[in-house]
Ligand binder design. Sequence first.
Ligand code: BTN
Length: 250
Amino acid sequence: MTKLEIHNPFNAPVYHEETVTSTMDVSRELAASGEPHGTVIAADFQEKGRGRIRDRKWEMERGNLPFTILLHYPRIEEIPQALTLRAGLAAALAIEDFCPSLKNTVMIKWPNDLFIGSKKTAGILCEADGGNVHIGIGINFAQKLFPDHLREKATSIALAAGRDFSPCDRLRLLERVLVRLHAELETAGWRERLQQRLYKNGEQVVFVEGAAGSKNSITGCLAGIGEGGELLIVPDGEREERCFITGELL
Ligand code: BTN
């Protein structure tokens, strides 16, 4: 594992490993060995990257940007509200800082995706264990060709911006994510900030409620984010909004 010389406003080390199982696993090891709040592990390649939905793999070619930020919150009440969404917001703003031609194009699809247009460009996975939260972020960065099953669903910064990037450019983006995340966690008013960037806010949506594989789908108007980060939808034929804490927007 090497230590990268990039700015981390959390004042903690940023490590890099070429190949890992998952940066989430390494982050747990770093926590166990006493690394401080804000420590980061980035990798070139993950052999067993994982997604938010159990059993869903997260596959990324080399040249992209998978990393995990370790945060210490000894008491559960200290964990910032809506942390996954706010990490997504920080990553969206960081992508736009890094690539100004994408300004105001990166949207947050509840609860953990970043979309440019109708395609996913990044995913967030937060895991908690004994006083730590591990914020895993996978950003499709330089990849220009996606396998058939992802071609219609995924994009990257390079594809969206219509340019090529070098591997070193990833570190500038990583630095921006850390700066934006640090600022996000220090600033009140996250709900308004999120709602301005919420994918399909005010639009008609189809939402599958509950765990993966659920057949309970709801159509209605997406009405924003609640005080705890829940998704608000006014179902068709109803007047009041309902809030949802698990499920997936189609
Ligand atoms: C999702 O969209 O379901 C979440 C994807 C999260 C992927 C990132 S890549 C870095 C970190 N390591 C992992 O194994 N997963 C997260």
